[in-house]
Every structure is written in structure tokens, then in C-alpha cells.
Design a protein around this ligand. Structure first.
Ligand SMILES: [Zn+2]
Length: 472
């Protein structure tokens, strides 16, 4: 037991690294082996494995991680414990790959106030820690990040991160005067030539993909991105070896963007049902419903969010944010917005269109569009999984979407499943998520690159550590 990490004293006495260890229970050092070149080896055993591929769960499994990567997975009875390994029993637990949220925006808010001026390494790092606490071990940011995101991603990729991994499109492409992006970023283009130059610039910085927006905020903005520009963005992305990811709202734009060769949609169509022809075209061209962002649409149907007394939520936000979210003034303001009455139907269409595509065999991932004000990192991913299941897929399909499918779309070869060679990015649950998808909230432990990180149940933002009470 490390110094200062004494069990039985209550959470307030724990340091963060201590909390991370305590969240796991005590490691047992089977053998102590000196030597700087010795690999850091961790053995987890006696869990039920849900490996992210869609294979049926397997009980009584074990895995070995060395220097943060998985080196062996198999029956616990057959595990060979390397000398010097730390061994941890996870009896009664379910072990999954860490979840991936493929549609987020980082560092946009301070409390509920939104402004790109808040985007700093510190605010981004704090959000990445929050994602990790919720078991979201990788995120893909979709187009509102300053260039500072690239060195942060590079630093992670050079080592073993202790919070959610960053994948990023850099700045997305916005048609000048139209919908998309955030104020304060240089991301607006007026001509196909400017669009191509912007795509090339993002690709040169190392963007993992290219993002574009095609929308007009319920017709309140005069013009959507014209086809001449979206065609330029998509074809230039492909020339640069990148996938093109589109924000879409209207069915007609989906049809056009599929024709232009877009690779994935960051939202569903929300103005009308997608047609059989749309679905057939998506399948024929391998276009993904990458993110359905059902939690985004659902959040807009509430004037007061329905989880303000849920400890899984409240632990992750400050008391000031909680009180603002619960205020009658805020509820009144939201209710009087002209778009507020539109969202129940928007949500219904989003769910129906997602379900129709999924059932027809359109490939899909999981993404929330968390990060703008009142769309909360981590919590929304669990809500998203719940809404995807409510829409009509199985819990297993939702888990596969959020793990191996997301990794496949993102071209992230060493995350997304629990298998030798992959990073040890893991989510350990106290209950079976296949019988109730809401069991993804029963988080026992989260590992990133083989190391335990504090979970939401070790967290109590903006208060003393014991102010959130014990975990339920
Ligand atoms: Zn977004």
C-alpha cells in the first residue's frame, strides 16, 4: 500500500493516485523484481469478458498487460503470471474495452458559459479526465479545436496517457455566413478553392479526418453550404487520404453528400424519415451513420434536465452548475426559445432514422456531440447508449458501436477491443451491461494504457471528496 493510501479512512483522505488504486482494491505483488528494464506487468483475472467485437461474453477470463498493452487474454485457469506482475482479482465484474465517443468538442465551456476563449490545455485536460472517469477512454473532437490540440495529441501518442485519448479533425470547414463551427476560429470559406486550401491545411497539421457542416438552424440562416463547396471539401479530404465527416440535418443534404462521397455523418437526418433509397445508397457506398447524437437531441427536449439528482451526473459537475441547471429562470428561458417545441419531433426522427439504418445494415458508431454548454462529457455517452438501445438496437450492438466500430471508423488500430496488441484501455463494471445497458454506469474501474485512473465514483467536482457520499 503506498504511503498515504490507507483503507478505511474514507474518501477524503485519499489522494487521486491513491483513489485510483483504492478503486481497484489492493494489488497483490506476487513477486518483487528489481531492475529498471523490467516491464510493468499487470494481470487482471476472474472477470467476464465482453471483448468489443460482438462475441458472446465469456466468464472466468484473465488478461496480461505489459507496459500498458495487452499481451495475453484467455481463461483465468490458464494464465501464466509473469514474475513481478501485479495481480488483481475482478471477481464478479464485467470487463469491456474502454468506450469511445466519436463526436465531442473540447474546452468550449467554463461552467455553463460557452466561449472558445476557455479552450486551454488545462480545460481540455480537465475534460479528458472527466471522460476517463466515465470510462470513455478515447474521444474524437469534431472541428472546434484550436491548433493546440495537435501537440496535446502528439504528447499522448508518444507515451502512455492518463486520461482519454484525443483524435481530432482540427478545425472543421464552415461555409462563410452559414451554420457551423464556433466564433473565434478561422474556419470559414467562401469558395471551393478556399475550401480545398483549408482542408489541405488541416491535413498538413495532422488532422485524423476532415469535418464539414451543412445546416441552416431550422431555416434561420439564409444559406447552407452549397454542393460546390461540400464536393470540394470531400474530394480534397480524399486526395489527402482523410475521411470526410459531415454535420447534416436535412434528408436532401444526406442524399447529396452521399452522392459526393462523404464517409460518415456526425448526426442523423432530423427533418424527415430517411428513405429506402437513402439507406441503399449509404450501404452501397459504405457510408457510416457515425454518430446519432441522440443524447444531444434528447437534452434539448427538457427545460430542466431529468438527471439533476443522479449521483452519476452530479459528481461530475460543480454545485454552481447544478444550481444553474435547476433554476426556474433557466427553465423559463429554454421553454420560451422558438426551437424548444421542435425538439420532441427532432428526437423522434433521430431515433427512428438511426434504428432504420442500423436494422438495414448501415454501419454505425457512437457519438454524443458533448462539449458545448450543458452537454456533459462522459455522462452523455452513457445516456447515448441507453437511447440507442431504446431506439431499437441491442445492448451488445450499442457496446460494439462504442468500441470496435468506432475504432474501425477512426482507423485507430490499437484500441476498441480487448485483444493482444491493443492498449490496455478498459472499462470494468459491477453488473452485466447486456441485461441492462444502464449497467455501464456501475463502474468499478477504468484503465488507460494499463493504469487505473480515478472513476466518477472517486470524483466529487468542486466539493470536498466526501461531500458526494459513498457510491450507491
Ligand atoms: Zn458537434
Amino acid at each position: 500500500m503506498p504511503h498515504g493510501c490507507v483503507p478505511g479512512l474514507g474518501k477524503r483522505r485519499r489522494t487521486l493516485s491513491c483513489a485510483a488504486r483504492m478503486g481497484l482494491g489492493a494489488f497483490t505483488a506476487l513477486a518483487v523484481s528489481a531492475g529498471a528494464a523490467q516491464a510493468e506487468t499487470v494481470v487482471l483475472r476472474d472477470f467476464t469478458l465482453i471483448d468489443g467485437t460482438g462475441h458472446a461474453p465469456v466468464a472466468h477470463q484473465a488478461l496480461v498487460m505489459s507496459n500498458g498493452r495487452i499481451t495475453w487474454v484467455g481463461p483465468a485457469a490458464g494464465v501464466k503470471v509473469p514474475g513481478g506482475a501485479k495481480v488483481q482479482s475482478l471477481r464478479g465484474a464485467y470487463l469491456l474495452p474502454g468506450l469511445i465517443d466519436n463526436h465531442v468538442h473540447l474546452g468550449l465551456v467554463n461552467g455553463l458559459a460557452q466561449d472558445v476563449k476557455y479552450q486551454t490545455p488545462d480545460s481540455i485536460n480537465a475534460q479528458l479526465a472527466t471522460y476517463a472517469a466515465y470510462g470513455i477512454t478515447s474521444v474524437q473532437t469534431l472541428g472546434t479545436e484550436k491548433d493546440l490540440i495537435f501537440p496535446m495529441r502528439a504528447a499522448q501518442r508518444a507515451g502512455r496517457p492518463d486520461r482519454a485519448r484525443i483524435f481530432t479533425v482540427g478545425m472543421g470547414v464552415v461555409f462563410k455566413g452559414s451554420y457551423g463551427g464556433v466564433p473565434g476560429l478561422d474556419q470559414k470559406v467562401a469558395t471551393p478553392g478556399e475550401a480545398r486550401r483549408m482542408v489541405d491545411a488541416q491535413a498538413a497539421k495532422g488532422a485524423d479526418a476532415i469535418k464539414l457542416w451543412v445546416d441552416d438552424e431550422f431555416g434561420s440562416i439564409p444559406e447552407r453550404m452549397p454542393a460546390a463547396i461540400s464536393t470540394a471539401v470531400i474530394s480534397e479530404a480524399h486526395k489527402d487520404g482523410k475521411k470526410a465527416i459531415a454535420h447534416v440535418f436535412y434528408r436532401g443534404n444526406l442524399e447529396e453528400l452521399v452522392r459526393e462521397g462523404v464517409n460518415g455523418f456526425a448526426h442523423t437526418v432530423r427533418d424527415q424519415p430517411v428513405s429506402r433509397q437513402d439507406i441503399a445508397a449509404m450501404k452501397a457506398k459504405g457510408v457510416w451513420q457515425m454518430a446519432a447524437t441522440l443524447s444531444r437531441e434528447a437534452s434539448f427536449t427538457y427545460s430542466t434536465l431529468p438527471f439533476l439528482d443522479d449521483p452519476f451526473f452530479t459528481r461530475g459537475v460543480t454545485p454552481a452548475v447544478l444550481s444553474e441547471l435547476g433554476s426556474a429562470e433557466r427553465a423559463q428561458k429554454l421553454k420560451s426559445s422558438p426551437t424548444f417545441p421542435k425538439y420532441p419531433q427532432v428526437l423522434k426522427l433521430a431515433m427512428d432514422n438511426f434504428a432504420a439504418e442500423a436494422k438495414a445494415g448501415v454501419p454505425y458508431g457512437m457519438g454524443t456531440d458533448s462539449g458545448p454548454t450543458a452537454r456533459f462529457p462522459g455522462y452523455f455517452a452513457h445516456w447515448e447508449l441507453e437511447l440507442m438501445v431504446k431506439a431499437g438496437i441491442t445492448p451488445m450492438q450499442a457496446i460494439v458501436a462504442a468500441t470496435s466500430s468506432n475504432a474501425r471508423f477512426m482507423g485507430a488500430r490499437d484500441i476498441g477491443t480487448v485483444a493482444p496488441g491493443k492498449w490496455g484501455d478498459l472499462l470494468v463494471l459491477d453488473a452485466n451491461p447486456l441485461t441492462d445497458i444502464r449497467n455501464t454506469r456501475k463502474i468499478r474501474a477504468v484503465f488507460i494504457a494499463g493504469k487505473a485512473v480515478p472513476t466518477i465514483w472517486d470524483t466529487c467536482v468542486g466539493r470536498s471528496a466526501d461531500a458526494c457520499g459513498v457510491r450507491p
